[in-house]
Design a protein around this ligand. Structure first.
Ligand code: SAM
Length: 288
């Protein structure tokens, strides 16, 4: 059985919905290009992609470094490293690639001053000690090397949410159910704490303290109506690798009558896009 990172990234993140996957990937390609632009990658560079997943950023980096360059794909998930290796082969990418199992906060297998760029997307959010990881990125970079990262700032929407709603849906008369679901998915989940223990200013401050000499951060905040989605997709998607898909949680947490009432109230709102969506994404690049 695939590990939880691979199961989420390759199966449940889009709720098994092909249209959602196409939409999500369109957005991710834009994020990828922004991360790669921030890294200032040139022909022949060596790039370390931390938390490479199935290869989104690393494959893009391979195209930019060309046949004389080198990309190190690094992740804690062996299953995802295999998926990334398959992507590299399927794309017929030239240049050298390595696939390494390691954690972002311990890159001891890499020498000091050994790569031109470190990229990462949506990985630090899962790492408890972000400063330790950033220190490792700084250590392995050559002088003048760059980190470039994109991280969701989940604290932005978390601090503004109404706990009596669940995923944007108003549940009049079912506030206790909404609170129980919110507790289950975020508030009482220790492994979700790193997703909320930082914001964009912390990323800048940590980078400065560690010794990066030039730092730039863009913060994108989008607030608007949540897009209308099918009930199947709403039930099938898991928002992150630490939690199950909603359908599974509803089966475990709600009694049948409560579950029926939840669907009666939430479904029309989900299908009509009646909720509010708040998203914040930080893009940081910094020079050693
Ligand atoms: C949201 S996915 C992002 C994957 C990839 N960067 C992308 O842009 O598609 C998070 C990735 O971080 C990896 N990950 C989680 N904790 C990690 C850690 N401590 N060190 C390195 N990778 C980690 C997961 O295995 C997963 O591949």
């Amino acid at each position: 059985m695939a590990d939880k990172w691979a199961t989420w990234l390759l199966k449940t993140r889009f709720g098994g919905d092909k249209e959602a996957e196409r939409e999500g990937m369109r957005w991710l390609v834009g994020v990828r290009d922004r991360v790669l632009d921030g890294a200032g990658i040139k022909d022949g560079y060596s790039v370390l992609d931390v938390g490479c997943g199935d290869g989104l950023i690393g494959c893009g980096a391979m195209e930019r470094v060309g046949p004389c360059g080198r990309v190190i794909f690094m992740d804690i998930s062996e299953d995802l490293l295999s998926a990334a290796r398959e992507q590299v082969q399927a794309a017929g990418l030239d240049g050298s690639s390595e696939f390494v199992v390691a954690s972002a906060d311990d890159l001891t297998m890499l020498a000091d001053d050994s790569v031109n760029a470190v990229t990462t997307r949506s990985v630090l959010m899962y790492v408890e000690d972000k400063a330790k990881a950033l220190r490792e990125f700084h250590r392995v970079l050559k002088p003048e090397g760059r980190i470039s990262l994109a991280e969701p700032i989940n604290r932005y929407s978390h601090d503004r949410r109404d706990r009596e709603r669940f995923r944007g849906c108003l549940l009049p008369g079912m506030e206790e159910t909404a609170r129980r679901l919110n507790d289950f998915f975020v508030d009482e989940r220790e492994e979700c704490a790193p997703m909320l223990n930082f914001d964009e200013r912390d990323l800048v401050d940590m980078s400065e303290t560690i010794g990066f000499r030039q730092i730039h951060l863009d913060l994108d905040i989008d607030v608007g109506p949540s897009p209308p989605i099918s009930w199947k997709r709403f039930l099938g998607a898991a928002p992150n690798p630490h939690v199950p898909a909603l359908a599974e949680a509803l089966d475990d947490l709600l009694i049948p009558d409560e579950r029926r009432r939840f669907e009666e109230m939430a479904r029309p709102q989900v299908e009509a896009g009646a909720g509010i969506q708040r998203r914040a994404m930080a893009y940081l690049w910094a020079v050693k």
